[in-house]
Design a protein around this ligand. Structure first.
Ligand code: GMT
Length: 376
């Protein structure tokens, strides 16, 4: 297709990985000459300022005393139909199956009655399949909606496998991995910031997430506690979510509050990541682990669980380690082994950066573009 495409993009606008991927993808597509229309109830977190070719259409469901919860899904589908007709969308890309694949289906079918064809791509991100979508309360609708998509992508081979094992799939699932934009992510020297976080002789460990149970942040604290017995160190916890109050209490119980810094949500996560010597991601489930990739791009090796797609990202023994879920002792042992030798740590840092390059934006973006082109 000669001219750029008009692409509708739907995602959760919060700090979750799927929203980050959708936003980064949209911005990159716009830079390549496409026009990308984000349709959301809130501006996505990483869409901070004006960019040529990027448009934002806010969904604002009408309030009415009868509604305990305003019907957001109906309002979103209505807005998609409106934007599709007015902006002449060529394609709709929805991120996170639930409820976005259903909304994609509804929008496409409404537009069909107006003789407009709007194919939609559903990208599966992880918990939409492994946790929420598989729950009986949503299962039939999620299964139907994924199968109705014009194309389905998954962010890792592992997630593809899990989807095939969970749902009766009638559609092929393309694996298009998450990606990293090296213009943004890379090691940044910030000596002043480092001074605020730790003493010169201390190691810095870091974890970034949305603080949900699935992240097993207790394991992060337990690994850190063991590491601290061998090395003076600090732990930076970036993000926020339902688990935070409980974790703060655990730190008090364990007497490690002075070594653990809860930094909350950070917009320039690359600056904080760049301070770290080691990233910890012991998740129960992780379809890809975008944060691990972001850490690696900042030259930080990763110690993670071997859940889901993490082994597709982290090359074990090369740029980090993957161990069984809950193997706190093993993770602590690997962490200490890495931190005990500067030369070894430097080699792992280099390997992390090298591995991250396999997922660079310029390798992944054309895969989405050619998928769109095959559908329009
Ligand atoms: O669990 C999260 O961190 C949020 C969630 C989301 O969809 O917003 O993340 C999932 O999608 C990310 C982007 O594709 C992946 O990198 C995460 O691994 C995945 N999380 C899980 O599978 C638990």
């Amino acid at each position: 297709m000669e001219r750029g495409m008009n692409i509708g993009m739907v995602c959760y606008p919060t700090y979750g990985g799927s929203g980050v991927v959708a936003t980064e993808l949209g911005m990159a597509l716009a830079e390549k000459g496409h026009r990308v229309h984000f349709i959301n109830y809130r501006r996505p977190a990483r869409l901070a300022h004006y960019l040529p070719g990027v448009f934002y259409h806010e969904v604002a469901p009408m309030e009415y005393p009868l509604f305990e919860f305003p019907p957001m899904d109906t309002a979103l589908a209505s807005k998609i139909v409106d934007v599709a007709l007015f902006e002449k969308l060529d394609i709709l890309h929805v991120h996170y199956a639930l409820p976005h694949a259903t909304i994609g289906y509804l929008s496409r079918e409404i537009l069909r009655t107006k003789s407009v064809h709007l194919p939609f791509v559903t990208t599966l991100h992880g918990t939409d399949i492994t946790l929420i979508g598989a729950d009986r309360s949503y299962f039939p609708v999620v299964e139907f909606s994924i199968n109705q998509s014009d194309a389905v992508t998954a962010v890792s081979a592992s997630l593809r496998q899990q989807t095939l094992a969970t749902f009766a799939m009638e559609k092929d699932i393309h694996v298009i991995p998450n990606f990293i934009d090296f213009r943004r992510f890379g090691k940044r020297e910030h000596p002043e910031l480092r001074k605020q976080m730790a003493e010169d002789d201390e190691r810095i460990l870091i974890h970034v997430s949305n603080f949900r149970k699935v992240k097993r942040i207790d394991d992060v604290l337990a690994v850190f506690r063991k590491v601290q017995q061998h090395f003076p160190s600090k732990l930076l916890l970036v993000g926020d979510g339902p688990e935070r109050p409980r974790l703060e209490n655990l730190c008090r119980e364990w007497g490690i509050c002075s070594s653990v810094k809860f930094l909350g949500k950070q917009d320039t996560v690359e600056e904080v990541l760049s301070l770290a010597d080691l990233f910890l991601l012991p998740s129960e489930q992780e379809s890809f682990g975008l944060v691990a990739l972001e850490a690696m791009a900042c030259e930080v090796p990763v110690i993670a669980s071997d859940a889901g797609g993490l082994r597709e990202v982290i090359v074990d023994g090369h740029c980090g380690y993957t161990l069984p879920v809950g193997d706190v002792a093993g993770m602590a042992e690997k962490a200490c082994w890495l931190l005990s030798d500067d030369g070894r740590l430097a080699a792992f840092r280099r390997a992390a950066l090298e591995r991250a390059h396999a997922f660079s934006l310029d390798r992944v973006l054309p895969q989405y573009e050619s998928l769109y082109q095959s559908l329009v």
